[in-house]
Each structure stands twice: as structure tokens, then as C-alpha cells.
Ligand binder design. Structure first.
Ligand SMILES: [Zn+2]
Length: 238
């Protein structure tokens, strides 16, 4: 059984807030937990956050996690003109690759038009995780314009539901089991003027639930794989 933990590393709850409490308090807590559990994960960074917090981007690479790309400053690629989108993809990758190899991509808001896949492969992206089963993605892992597509399984707020509720959801997932969350979910957002689903159980509760999820999969002897590792998984199968 394979399971992937991924984190979209960005400012707090875009586009509603511009603070970065998640970077300062949330991300270090996530990394400490993963270290303690000896689990490797994928962190899709906006180039803006990597520039602002180079030590965190460096820490991710140094600790053996995967650094992926989440655009420049969380722009919606489906709302950009094609040429402009291509320039942003290249510019973001140039910045992120100063920290290490980057071969995986996830578009902000999981919105990425099909016509931009060629821009990913042209820029050395081998794996994309911008589509989601809960947003209508059908089938499993497939190749689109030379890029391996790894769909996300469930939306991030699922991981903050009370454990007795969310465990039924986990039990029903098919491979690939790909979760995502954000650093800002691990700091208390209850006082912010954002949607209820963005703030319930944020803070320490989210961290406790993430630990529970890791333990749940460890109890089943699941293997934690980073997004780039699906290249090996796929090549072995075909
Ligand atoms: Zn995002």
C-alpha cells in the first residue's frame, strides 16, 4: 500500500490573507513531526515563499524531502494568458532549482489547463499533481504530454475532520492515495475572516490529526512515497 503526504507551501489561505504564519510556525512543526516519524513528503513551494524563507526550502531538501513547484505567487494558471503562464512556470522553476532538483509540479487551487502540460515537460517537469479525484479526475496514474499525472485523492480539510469521521474516508481510497495540506492549517486560523472549512480544527489539532493519519498507515505497513517516486512505481508497472 502506497501513501503520499504532500504540502502546498504558500502564504496563509490564499487569496484571502497575505500573512505567512504558516511558514513561520506551521511548516517547522510539520517538519519536526515528519522527522520524528521518519516519513518523507513532497513540498510544493511557491517561488515567492522559497525566496522569502530560503532556510525552510533548504531544510526540506537537506532532510530528504522532495521540493516541488507551486507557481510563483499562487497565481491561477487557468486565468493567465498562455505565454504569460509559460514564463511564470520557467521563472518559478529557476528560483526553486537553486535549492535542488525539482521535477514535480502542482498548480495553485488545483486548476491547470491541459494546454499547459507541454510547458511543464519542456521545462523538465516529469510529474504533475494538479488534478483531483474529488474534482472529477477519472482513472489512475497516466501520462499526459510526457508528464506523469498523479491525482490528489481528497481535499485538505478532510484531514481536520474528527478522526472517527475521517478514518472511514481513508479506508475507501484507491491508489494512488495522495493527501495534501498547507502550513497555514497548522496554526490557529479561527479568528480570521475566512471560510469555515478553512479554519475549523486548524492549529495543534491539525498536527495531532496528521500524526494520527501517519500512525494509521504505519499500522498497515503502508509505504510513504514522495510524488517523484511514482516515476519508479509507474516504470516498474509498464
Ligand atoms: Zn496552494
Amino acid at each position: 500500500m502506497l501513501v503520499s503526504l504532500t504540502f502546498d507551501v504558500e502564504q496563509d489561505c490564499p487569496p484571502y490573507l497575505n500573512t505567512t504564519r504558516g511558514m513561520e510556525e506551521g511548516l517547522p512543526k510539520i517538519l519536526d513531526l515528519l522527522n520524528e516519524k521518519n516519513v518523507k513528503a513532497t513540498f510544493f513551494f511557491t517561488a515567492e515563499m522559497a525566496k522569502k524563507y530560503p532556510n525552510l526550502a533548504k531544510r526540506i531538501v537537506d532532510e530528504g524531502h522532495e521540493l516541488g513547484c507551486h507557481g510563483f505567487n499562487h497565481e491561477r494558471f487557468d486565468k493567465l494568458e498562455k505565454n504569460k503562464a509559460e514564463v511564470i512556470i520557467k521563472k518559478s522553476l529557476d528560483i526553486l532549482r537553486e535549492f535542488g532538483d525539482v521535477v514535480s509540479f502542482r498548480a495553485p487551487n488545483l486548476q491547470f489547463p491541459r494546454y499547459l502540460f507541454s510547458a511543464l515537460s519542456k521545462n523538465g517537469i516529469l510529474v504533475d499533481s494538479s488534478r483531483a479525484r474529488y474534482k472529477g479526475y477519472k482513472g489512475g496514474i497516466k501520462v499526459l504530454d510526457g508528464v506523469l499525472e498523479i491525482p490528489v485523492s481528497v481535499t485538505s480539510s478532510i484531514l481536520r475532520l474528527p478522526w472517527p469521521v475521517q478514518k472511514f474516508i481513508h479506508a475507501r481510497l484507491r491508489e494512488p492515495r495522495v493527501y495534501f495540506a498547507h502550513p497555514w492549517e497548522f496554526v490557529p486560523m479561527q479568528k480570521e475572516k475566512i471560510r469555515f472549512d478553512c479554519k475549523f480544527n486548524t492549529g495543534d489539532n491539525a498536527l495531532i490529526l496528521l500524526e494520527r493519519l501517519i500512525d494509521y498507515y504505519k499500522d498497515q505497513n503502508a509505504k510513504f512515497v514522495m510524488i517523484r517516486e511514482y516515476l519508479d512505481v509507474y516504470n516498474k508497472k509498464t
